[in-house]
Design a protein around this ligand. Sequence first.
Ligand SMILES: *Cc1c(COP(=O)(O)O)cnc(C)c1O
Length: 375
Amino acid sequence: MKVPFNKPFFIGNELEYISQAVKLGKISGDGLFTNKCHDFFEKKYGFKKVLLTTSCTTALEMAAILIDIKLGDEVIMPSYTFVSTANAFVLRGAKLVFCDSNSENPNIDPAEIEPLITSKTKAIVVVHYAGIACDMDVILHLAEKYKLFVIEDAAQSIDSFYKNKPLGSIGHLATFSFHETKNIMSGEGGMLVINDEKFIDRAEIIREKGTNRSQFFRGGLAQYDWVDIGSSFLPSDIIAAFLFAQLEKLEVIQKKRMKIWNCYYDAFKSLETSKKIKLPKIPEYATNNAHIFYLICRSNDERVALISHLQDDGILAVFHYISLHKSPFYSALKDNRELTNADRYTERLLRLPLFYDLASKEQTHVINSVIRFYN
Ligand SMILES: *Cc1c(COP(=O)(O)O)cnc(C)c1O
């Protein structure tokens, strides 16, 4: 039996909506389905304003432009994250200041942030790893104290919460991904969430190549002009049509993913009790959105052996980030701080197959294979 790590899927009206968009005669950006997606997020999660983007990567780039990152500004972020979290700010000339993860989960360790703040610090970027919230009260308190922006890289965080607040609604700005590896997908795709009103007008301009085209289409202007920097950050309505079909089935998708996640968790509980692996811990203030099921091995060697054992059984399990402070690109700027927790997740974290169409006999095959490895 072959079990892939991830698999894109249809859940309902994806093809029907794409066909509708074409028949309506508008498949460029900000068509009917883009507006439907915007309404969905603003109503369901109370986000002040959302704008679909071509990816979470480009939404992060918009965030960096919006907070006016300039050469030499410092941005604090976890080292254990995807390159896009970092690239977006480096592209604007920022100096990255990497922070360690905490010992309980791969999220940024709030206790490690304050010593990293200098007069040049402009923002803290948090990543809610596996859709599990960072400890936002501590981070918001620091941001307030030092007048910093907070940006949530909420790429993995759809439908997850911190003390009953939806992730993505807490920072000044937040970004989501609809890449095919995420819970809700459109192949490539993303979204910028604007929680601080003052960014709304400029965000629309930056997303439309630096023009006030959005305002023009709403009927407020006689023509549209080039008024700021920008790029083409808006996705085709074909992407939005696919995405909207998935959003309509959000609850079905989440319920299924949670069932798969819980099934793994229950099956591996005894391996954790016997101290062979560590399982994800969900802090009291956070919810689980079943984005990733991971386990932590006792060593890197053990992870290598487990991946290979699973592969022999036809199962693709994968590790995740390689801490950015250890990357070839960043090494020139290295400050030689040890980020021991980030290194531990780099070396020992393993993700198991988790996708909507994962059949229960496939999951049983994965579970049995892991248990056979440890016994
Ligand atoms: C997936 C992901 C991204 C990038 O998303 P894209 O939509 O592929 O650009 C950025 N940050 C994190 C934490 C992610 O998981």
